[in-house]
Ligand binder design. Structure first.
Ligand code: ATP
Ligand code: MG
Length: 283
């Protein structure tokens, strides 16, 4: 599958990989809205890595997240002592031991170790602690740590926001921000589909997930998967913000802030929250 308009992010990841290979470990924070193409980017990057041991862990959007779930998966892939410890892991007792063992394995021989932790907006606090622990120690190791997150979920994830403040100032940290696809890229993806590319770009805003799903269902209906994705975002709002969003939806696709604030009787901070969560776009 063609990955459009991702040459620059791929080059940044490759440069970080090269630096890590030379013993200057890097943490790369890959951010983008839900469906921006973070997973596709990281998959493409790791598939092209040679002479590298890759490990992948993902945080799940569960109501009861598994403490350190992503790193327990990675420990299992590392084998040896980390896998053994992960098998009998008890969050309270073995946490520091697991942190040290993981670092020890990643610092060991075998060339570049690339560790991908997906969707850290869902990470439990122990996972974020471990990320911070590693970020403070990989600067002189051949380790490439890549963490992806939805920047439109940041408002809802206080632990991540706090952790990011710390991760962002580490010397080894680099950022890759994924922009939506351009109108030209959407046109290229829709070539041959019979869909109107301008309209497809207008309704999707260049979001890779919405584009892909709409190419499947056509423009005359909103794809069920897109409806679910948007409603999941709405469900995460407090009742006040949800009422404001409903008012905005009734006003129309272009909403004057003063009108919204008067119609919904809300403070500007509620509108800010909706903008942070990607449900309103500031113009
Ligand atoms: N640059 C791109 N060009 C074309 N298609 C893309 C591009 N990036 C992603 N896609 C497609 O868009 C869809 C969504 O991508 P992906 O799952 O990587 O998004 P994501 O940012 O990881 O989403 P989520 O936040 O839900 O994890 C996939 O079908 C993917 O193949
Ligand atoms: Mg993803």
């Amino acid at each position: 599958m063609a990955l459009l308009e991702r040459e620059e992010p791929l080059a940044s990841l490759a440069a970080c990989g090269d630096e890590a290979r030379l013993g200057q470990g890097r943490l790369v924070l890959v951010a983008g809205e839900a469906g921006a193409g973070k997973s596709a980017l990281v998959e493409r990057f790791t598939a092209g890595l040679t002479g590298t041991r890759c490990y992948l862990g993902a945080c799940d959007g569960l109501f009861t997240p598994r403490p350190l779930g992503a790193f327990l998966d990675i420990a299992g892939q590392l084998g040896g002592e980390p896998a053994e410890l992960a098998g009998r892991f008890d969050a309270s007792a073995a946490r520091e031991e697991l942190f040290a063992l993981l670092l020890g394995e990643l610092a060991g021989p075998g060339g570049l170790h690339a560790v991908v932790v997906e969707d850290i907006h869902w990470a439990d606090e122990a996972t974020l602690d471990l990320l911070r622990f590693l970020a403070r120690r990989i600067g002189s190791l051949p380790v490439l740590l890549v963490a992806t997150y939805r920047d439109d979920e940041l408002a809802a994830s206080y632990p991540l926001r706090t952790a990011l403040g710390d991760l962002a100032v580490q010397r080894c940290t680099r950022r890759v921000d994924l922009a939506p696809l351009s109108a030209a890229a959407v046109a290229a993806l829709s070539a041959g589909s019979g869909l109107d590319a301008t309209e497809l770009y207008r309704v999707t805003g260049g979001n890779a997930f919405y584009v892909t799903e709409t190419l499947r269902t056509g423009l005359d209906q909103v794809p069920r998967s897109a409806v679910d994705a948007v409603l999941a975002r709405v469900a995460g709002l407090g009742p006040g913000a949800r009422d404001v969003l409903h008012a905005a939806a009734l006003i129309g696709s272009v909403v004057e802030p003063w009108l919204l604030e008067q119609a919904a009787d809300c403070p500007p901070s509620t509108v800010d929250e909706l903008v942070d969560r990607g449900l309103l776009t500031a113009d």
